[in-house]
Write a protein that binds this ligand. Sequence first.
Ligand SMILES: *Cc1c(COP(=O)(O)O)cnc(C)c1O
Length: 584
Amino acid sequence: MSKHDDKPFAADAYFLGPKSENGSWVRGEFQAILDHWFDWRRSLFADDPEAISPARRVSTEFLREREVLGQELRNLLVMLQSEVPKFTPRYIGHMVSELSLPALFGHFSLLLHNPNITSREVAKVGARMESEAIAMLATMVGFDPKLAQGHFTGGGTMANFEAVWRARYRLDHALSLALVLAERDGDALDPFMAAHMGWREFERLRDERKVGEAQLRAASMVLGNPFSVAKRISLCTDRDYLGPVLITPGNKHFSWQKAANLFGLGEDSFWNTPLDKEGRVDLGALAARIEEARDLGRPVLCLTSVAGTTEAGEIDPVDKIADMLDALKEQNIHIWHHVDAAYGGFFCTLLGGGTEKVLLPAQRKALRAISRAQSVTIDPHKLGYVPYSCGAFITRDEHAYRASSFQAPYIDRADADDKWRCTLEGSRSGAGAAATWLTGKTLGFDHDKFGKIIAAGIQARKDFTVALQNANTLACPLSPADTNILCFSLARPGEKLSLSNQRTLDVYSKFQAHPDFSVSKTVLSAQSYGALIEHHVASYGGIRDADDLALLRLVFMNPFWANPDTRDQLTPQFMKRLADFTVN
Ligand SMILES: *Cc1c(COP(=O)(O)O)cnc(C)c1O
């Protein structure tokens, strides 16, 4: 019996529950999905013969094989018994938790039909579901769903690659045009200015100066030889053309480094922007990096900001970055802005509701400004409570969605019927799209229901932080914490950072060895987080004798942390564990 008043919570009907509380009716829904699958086969082409006759279904061979399959399936289920239990509120380790029922039902239904949403030829329903689900996510982040374009990906990493691919495509067009005009007509060439002319100016110049496709192709680094084109640019400018740079904040996900590597940019072109003492991108430093690129004549291929960092869930000042880029547009400099909202995109569901106040005003402003970017990454398989693998890449309009493709003319349009032309991946499952679609149709991606679940996670992080401080542990929470992730180190006042790092990592390994709570750890590097680490160590009067900062990391996204019974029982248990593990 609950000793608390039973306040209804939308999440109750949307998750199985840590004790399979909703098991009986959920079984019925899964049964309905299977029945539909069976009936579909029976009723379609009803006159076709059975392929596996009743007699064959009782043959010795048949029964033996069925036995083998059944046995191995049971073995698999036994193995799964020791899988990491991510459904329980005791799992506060990584960005994953209990899956929602609409997501599971949607995923499972599509799985049985197995559409390949790469093309409408192999996925009629799945492909339509993808467009509708993308429109829902686009609306969530503030894009106009009629203009926005996008598709589902294997995850956030792929979605980030999609952004770089498109940004490079736009940059390559602009630079090719400028090179043609420099070589053919003797125009002055400034690679930085030329690369950022934007699509509108590109189209105007191309038409006005009558530059044909063949000429553009011959001057393209992507379609031609990048080294010889670079040499031609260098010749026209009297200085070595060193290629574009990718500007990411120091709090970026490591997928950006992979992107730089994959697109052949070289480490020298992968530019980090230092963070401020709160762990968000330093705006002054960012402006300086853009200036530096300009001085070197190196275009900015793509500028990334992060909404919901992987380490601490922090939200960069996306609005202020957008302001900075708008000011540059006044000087005809259009820099591609991509918001990596793989984790934090779903915080937008808070906006417009009473619960949005769990976020500070600056973070709300930042989330509202995601819609000002060219493109965005969202991971439904993180805060969307959708099964793996499900990421999404969305652009604000059709222009930004253009990507290079084979066969198609140099300037090709995003063809909604043939996604394979404009996705990095080939074959794609429709399961993630359907999981997202059914979630959007039921929980919705706004403040009414979904936002309340998200708000509950942030509130749980706040309550837990207070409990941690009241429990007389050595915990020093990283501050500020913008969302539902709590990071803390274990330090005594005045102590050396090296000692506290050791203790924190030691306690982490003890948590690892005792599975009654799953937590994660993160080590912030001085290179990116120097100012924040300084600030953190100063908060307990510590001595900075080490570069990096080790932290325990707790992610509060399990919806049942909002349940007072869960919270009242688990919080003291966690505190006791933490105290037991902290031996010195
Ligand atoms: C998780 C994450 C990614 C990568 O997403 P995957 O789905 O793991 O490929 C990228 N950026 C951020 C901010 C993330 O949190």
